[in-house]
Design a protein around this ligand. Sequence first.
Ligand code: UGA
Length: 443
Amino acid sequence: MKVCVVGSGYVGLVAGTCFAESGNDVICVDVDKDKIDGLKRGVIPIYEPGLKEMVLRNCEEGRLNFTTDLDLAVKESLVCFIAVGTPPGADGSADLQYVLSVARSIGRAMESFKIIVDKSTVPVGTADKVRAAVNDELGKRGTHIEFDVVSNPEFLKEGAAIDDFMKPDRVVIGTDNVRTAEIMKELYSAFMRKSNRLLVMDIRSAEMTKYAANAMLATRITFMNQIANLCEVMGADVMAVREGIGSDSRIGYDFLFPGVGYGGSCFPKDVKALVKTADECSYDFVLLKAVETANERQKAILSDKILRRLGSAGDKPLAGKRFAIWGLSFKPRTDDMRDAPSLTIINRLLEMGASVHAHDPEAMNEAKKHFGDRISYSVNKYDLMRGADALVIITEWNEYRNPDFDRIKELLINPIIFDGRNLYHPARMKEAGFEYLPIGRNG
Ligand code: UGA
């Protein structure tokens, strides 16, 4: 099938590459000429395991092409995906200007029947706006060409995007046209081996499904973070509680790991946007508002603990203290720093007068854009501990899971570890001579 994907960012590039991998002819489009030139040479603008190899292979075999020429891409394709960004506007709602401008461009370029698919995360009702924008452009041209608008939200996790796309738990297709549903089913049939759950529904429900899924997951994490905080006060162990509740098949184990608050480019943005959409319909979504507030507080949990344990009086209570940080990205296997809890934690430590030395396997270049030389960076995960008052773990990269504890003890001034991700066993840490402060369990 001939497919074009407009927007070669995270979602667009992964989707386009995976559609090519399953045998379709794909053209990925972007306005950013440097990005497209880079992609043509095999330079991948994001870090995502497995993506580069797949892009190179499909380019070489001629199924995947990159261009800035949207008109040409649209003319040659039956299915046109819109996968451009929907950044939060000043009021928290999703900014649709890029989506609608692509819709207009498609309307100007199309010469035959097209299926126009919203893959960007867009609020309920966007498909109607896309349809209106395309119709408006066709009207200006004085032509009538048939087209369909489909909502096909994406459920990729950064760091596992290829797998999530190739073996999805489900694919959601929102359409009111049976023929279009059949074409979309055909396009996705190659990926339906794992679950065979291709769910066709009305357009508005598909649009809502995306926000409801992310809001539910953000709520689960936040609930567990609050249970963890309570466990700490009550002397319970949140990891045991997680096992205890997760074994109930109605609850399950996933996304119940307490930590330093959720971050990234999706949960914070989508929770805000859903609250805003609800407000616009005069519905007060009290639960999600509380989730946002609780998550902001959770991002301060580690720095509060550090202050309580190592702070002194005065307006710079951590002056003269030095901290070794492990992990900067919002989660492992990505270099993404958007809304990363590390931003809040490190800024608070700096405000309190501390000096910060950080390590991250992938995100140090991204981190430099935020912190510049206000913190120092180390490519070696041990070097930065020499003379530090404590180790602070923010992101659960695998390479932090089994470190050389003897070496850590030797390098730190005090053998103190503040662990925002519960990587180690408290009893074993005690045996090894550490003061260990995890989340929701007593060290
Ligand atoms: C999330 C969703 O998981 C995807 O299904 C969705 O497609 C994507 O947003 C999107 O809307 O595009 P992502 O933001 O890549 O994916 O990352 P997650 O793995 O969901 O993690 C989000 C945040 O939650 C991270 O900060 C992570 O540390 C935190 N988290 C996750 C926890 O604190 N505890 C958990 O148990 C799980």
